[in-house]
Ligand binder design. Structure first.
Ligand code: SF4
Length: 398
């Protein structure tokens, strides 16, 4: 350590202390506890929740339902809103936008806005009931999907994924996860309830390795932010303890399993997590998740040229879906290239053949259109290249 550096523990303590005074991310009991010293009546807390989560104010002075004096007292005690801030925007030719959003310690996380859906392939549940929401005709989009990150970096090390190259830097808090959504909704003046907003937890990180914060964010999003849980999908690489906890949740998004291989042997080569939990282990855990009416579990399948895209692989996927014994669908994604990732994109013909082979054998299969490839916003491409980010001991992992 050089003389000018602060010890890491001091930096972490300072970060935690600072985070404690952030109001965004707190609601209900937490908010009541944080502001316990002010003797606020319930209706004052509700006014604050509306300001934070519906109006998405950025400053306590904007909570205009509160008397000026109260705003002043709370601000003087060091509290601030702390809504995460978009610090950089990359815009794709297809309308997709990728954002760098600053977290509590100034480190950035990646979030993606996809107007007109998430690749809205025919039959995709995200495109069902897709009428133009009342009041949204003034916009260039009628519905949109936000791809949300749960960690900075990722420890899972899928071989085809650019995010994996970062390693795990740190977990995000519930406020930082939900805050990505709030920042993006604010930017686009989008309002859940009026506008059709889907959320996919498929950005940087493995949500089930940051389970409590992830589920805290889901409750915040489904609660005061009023985004129906049925419009959210979480994707996991197959973290079995997380799936088992998820099965117990009263409020929960739809579930997607990042499968990417027809058997354990191929999967181990591209997803080392398979050595810990086999495909059979994952299927057994998913069987315990009580699905809603007409709900299907999605198997995400990134096609890698010559690795997992052959006819025999498709036939094995059919068998796997049959023995899953729960309603399922397969989303096929042609691998998105990334620097330093040693795979090749399959041809469009291979992708179509793979899809047809699944469909002919009765498996619902859809091809997800790539979004924002030119700005590194597509699946598996999220990686902010910065030398500032260094792994923090104890962050992430199981
Ligand atoms: S695909 Fe997902 S789980 Fe795998 S390394 Fe990338 S971010 Fe992590």
């Amino acid at each position: 350590m050089t003389s000018g550096e602060k010890p890491r523990t001091t930096l972490l303590d300072a970060r935690e202390a600072e985070a404690e005074r952030r109001l965004f991310g707190l609601w209900n009991e937490e908010l009541s506890q944080a502001l316990g010293g002010f003797g606020l009546l319930k209706y004052r807390l509700r006014q604050l929740e509306t300001a934070l989560y519906r109006q998405k104010v950025t400053d306590i002075q904007e909570v205009t339902t509160w008397p000026k004096e109260l705003r002043g007292k709370v601000a003087a005690a060091g509290f601030r809103v702390g809504l995460p801030e978009i610090v950089e925007t990359f815009r794709s030719v297809d309308g997709t936008e990728r954002y760098l959003i600053a977290g509590t310690d100034g480190q950035t996380v990646e979030t993606v806005w996809m107007p007109e859906g998430d690749g809205g392939e025919e039959g995709d549940s995200s495109a069902e009931d897709d009428e133009v929401a009342e009041g949204s005709s003034r916009k260039a989009w009628s519905r949109a999907t936000i791809c949300v990150s749960s960690q900075i970096g990722c420890a899972v090390n899928c071989q085809f994924c650019l995010t994996a190259k970062l390693g795990i830097i740190r977990n995000l808090t519930a406020g930082e996860i939900a805050g990505q959504v709030a920042a993006v909704l604010k930017k686009h003046e989008a309002e859940p309830g009026r506008d059709r907003i889907n959320l996919v937890f498929m950005g940087m990180g493995e949500p089930f390795l940051n389970y409590d914060a992830f589920m805290g964010a889901v409750r915040l999003l489904a609660g005061p932010m009023e985004i129906p849980e049925s419009r959210m999908t979480v994707s996991t690489s197959g973290i079995v303890p997380g799936i088992l906890r998820f099965a117990q949740e009263k409020v929960r998004p739809r579930l997607a399993i990042s499968l990417n291989a027809p058997n354990d042997a191929v999967r181990e080569g591209i997803m080392p997590v398979t050595r810990k939990w086999s495909i059979a282990d994952v299927l057994s855990a998913v069987r315990l998740v009580p699905l809603r009416q007409r709900e299907r579990v999605t198997f995400e399948y990134v096609l890698l040229d010559g690795v997992n895209d052959k006819e025999e692989h498709a036939d094995e996927v059919v068998k796997l879906v049959r023995r899953a014994q729960f309603p399922a669908r397969v989303n096929l994604i042609a691998w998105n290239p990334g620097p330093g990732v040693p795979f090749m994109m399959p041809s469009a013909e291979t992708v179509a053949d793979f899809q047809n082979r699944l469909r002919e054998q009765g498996v619902p299969a859809f091809v997800r259109k790539p979004r924002g490839r030119d700005i590194y916003a597509a699946c598996g491409q999220l990686k902010k290249t910065t030398s500032r980010q260094e792994p923090v001991a104890g962050a992430g992992g199981e």
